[in-house]
Design a protein around this ligand. Sequence first.
Ligand code: PEP
Length: 252
Amino acid sequence: MNKNKLVFANWKMNLHSEDINTLVKGVLNGLNDISGVDIVLAPTFPYLGIVKLLTANSKIRLSAQNVFWEESGSYTGEVSPGMLLDVGCTWAMIGHSERRQHLLETNEMINKKVLSSTLKGLNIILCVGESFDQRRTKKTFASISDQLHRGLRGVGEEFLPQIVIGYEPIWVIGSGQAASLNDISSVHNFIFTEVESMFPTAESLPRIVYGGSVNTTNVEQIVDLDNVDGVLVGNASMDCDKFCDIVLKVVK
Ligand code: PEP
């Protein structure tokens, strides 16, 4: 199993070429020679090539924020796993709550993306999380369990090393206030046990990373928790100093 912690930057639909140029050069400079941590940057589709060029001689890896399940054909606007690999992108985010909400992605669509992406050789981060209402009505664990079972349906255990689970409570994303350490801990432990029971004979289980208002102040305590194998960072990942500080705090 890959024991490195993972720091995954989700830039969402932000940043143009000039900002990206400055940010990536700053990150490369700030994290020069860093080891023992996996760093993945997820720009929007048009900028994958630029980030690939900028990070060419580094250990930083590239992710798309979405992927389609078919390899080619009449699917206007979509991008296949093979196309991502072709441009040097080795990761894809699948099932982010913003896509579930605004693009009406279902667990069935997400499952098809998981199956075809892993089969093609991509690494994926499968995002799961509960809404505020689900938390309020004590349906957090049922909701997470449902997303895991339906999202990972039919996945062979040989693909698990390519999979990371991103736990993102929807109600704290972009809020500036992360979930409490108790809440993070209990859901991560739950995800670990759930995935272990789904794949009882697997040699290695997916890493589980936390996302939702991670910042330079809360990151150390979060990654110190059991079953937290890294962080998924939105807003703070677009600020060079903050992002470098987060990575350095994760690795130390
Ligand atoms: C995200 O949307 O994946 C995320 C983690 O955002 P933020 O860090 O801004 O809450």
